[in-house]
Write a protein that binds this ligand. Structure first.
Ligand SMILES: Nc1ccn([C@@H]2O[C@H](COP(=O)(O)OP(=O)(O)OP(=O)(O)O)[C@@H](O)[C@H]2O)c(=O)n1
Length: 403
């Protein structure tokens, strides 16, 4: 019998439910990850107690998803999701079950789950409940639907993307009937909300971006990002080569697209403004030629706004080069010099000038556009002559400018 090390708080919840006459198991991802020797992200508990019964048993609960049978139980203020065994109803929108029916049977609850490796439950006294051979599939490194794949994907079309995400996350293969069914059902992905799709795409990119080729192979990519379908194999050489960081991966993924198209696709995929801005600025300066001299480095630091994006730009440029390429060494030296510029607090942004807009007005510069133009000129002077970045010197320069 397998033994899973369950956190004490989770064990307390299971024991409490049992003492009140109910069954309780940990279920899904935490069983899968524990059997793989990985630390689970979270511990989900499933029980035959109804949501009201769960609320009555525990001191502190939050009815987080009562419609779907989920109650959050707080143990020492740590939240755990406890869900009543359920059989889902029809998913007419391919997203949410129209109705949720509870059941008394753990086996029925496991039957409605997506993949065999996610359809196992565990109880410290009873061991692993594994009616779909999830353990065998873990050994064989296989992602296989529970029962009929077509039905599973019709219930929730996102599961097609989840299959590819798990294959990226665990480095597993997708079993043949499951993959054939994804090929057949791929148009159903159009029914799924873009937010859920984006979240899975991000995980694929971060776990193993090379698995995006599978997305194309099964026909899903043409519904999600058709713009990159044609030259995907070339794009992936670069995308796989860059560190696992979302905006770097996205910048590489859209490397053959114009800035306007990149912006359009990122908006369509509902990325947040911070991610969009980072990808756009990195895409804009990806081919910018940075010289080793401090002035050139400060100019690009100014365009990017901070050192982190500068480091990202260097990483992007290096990912396009071989280790032996002399440009690699040059880029490393540029990076070192940028670090020194930052350490020495040299000014490359208007906000770091020794004078601000208010100071300029008091010196006599006209309000409005002239203020911005003067600050731009001062910054250009200070980038070339860092020693002039103090109030007295800049005052003198401004007075000369306006007289
Ligand atoms: N579309 C879905 C989503 C989830 N599940 C089931 O609900 C469990 C929990 O789902 P989720 O938290 O999304 O994923 P995990 O399997 O826990 O994996 P991870 O935390 O690594 O994302 C899954 O294991 C699976 O049994 C499902 O059958 N169909």
């Amino acid at each position: 019998m397998f033994n899973i090390n369950i956190p004490t708080k989770v064990e307390t919840i299971i024991e409490c439910l049992e003492l009140n006459g109910y069954e309780a198991y940990i279920v899904g991802g935490c069983v899968r990850d524990s059997l793989l020797g990985k630390i689970p992200n979270d511990w989900d508990i499933t029980t035959n107690a109804t949501p009201n019964e769960i609320i009555n048993i525990f001191e502190k609960t939050i009815p987080t998803g009562i419609k779907h049978g989920t109650v959050t139980v707080l143990v020492d203020n740590i939240p755990f999701e406890v869900t009543t065994y359920r059989i889902d109803g029809e998913y007419s929108d391919g997203r949410h079950p129209d109705s949720v029916k509870f059941t008394e049977s753990i086996n029925k609850d496991l039957s409605r789950r997506d993949f065999t490796i996610n359809a196992m439950a565990y109880n410290p006294k009873k061991g692993v409940v594994d009616i779909f051979d999830g353990c065998k599939d873990l050994d064989k490194k296989l992602i296989r639907c529970v029962g009929n794949p077509s039905i599973r994907f019709e219930e929730d079309a996102l599961r097609m993307l989840r299959a590819i995400r798990f294959s990226a996350q665990l480095n597993f293969t997708i079993e043949e009937t499951t993959i054939n069914s994804i090929k057949e059902k791929s148009p159903l992905i159009k029914e799924v909300s873009i937010e859920r799709i984006q979240s899975e795409i991000n995980k694929i990119l971060l776990f193993d971006s090379s698995k995006l080729y599978l997305l194309k192979k099964v026909g899903l990519l043409e519904y999600i990002i058709p713009e990159i379908c044609d030259d995907l194999s070339e794009i992936l050489i670069f995308t796989n080569n860059i560190e696992s960081n979302l905006h770097l991966k996205l910048t590489m993924l859209f490397r053959n697209m114009s800035l306007d198209s990149t912006h359009y696709v990122l908006r369509r995929l509902r990325y947040d403004n911070k991610t969009i801005n980072r990808v756009l600025i990195l895409s804009k300066y990806r081919d910018y030629n940075i010289e080793l001299d401090r002035i050139s480095i400060k100019r690009i630091l100014n365009k990017l706004g901070d050192l982190t994006l500068f480091e990202d730009l260097i990483k992007l440029k290096m990912a396009n080069l071989s280790n032996e390429d002399p440009e690699t060494l040059n880029l490393l030296n540029i990076q070192k010099r940028a670090n020194i510029i930052i350490q020495q607090k040299e000014c490359f942004l208007i906000k770091d000038l020794a004078l601000n807009g208010k100071d300029l007005i008091s010196i006599g510069v006209n309000r409005g556009r002239e203020i911005g133009e003067t600050l731009d000129k001062l910054l250009e002077i200070v980038i070339e002559n860092p020693e002039l970045n103090n109030k007295d010197e800049l005052n003198k320069i401004v007075l000369e400018m306006i007289n």
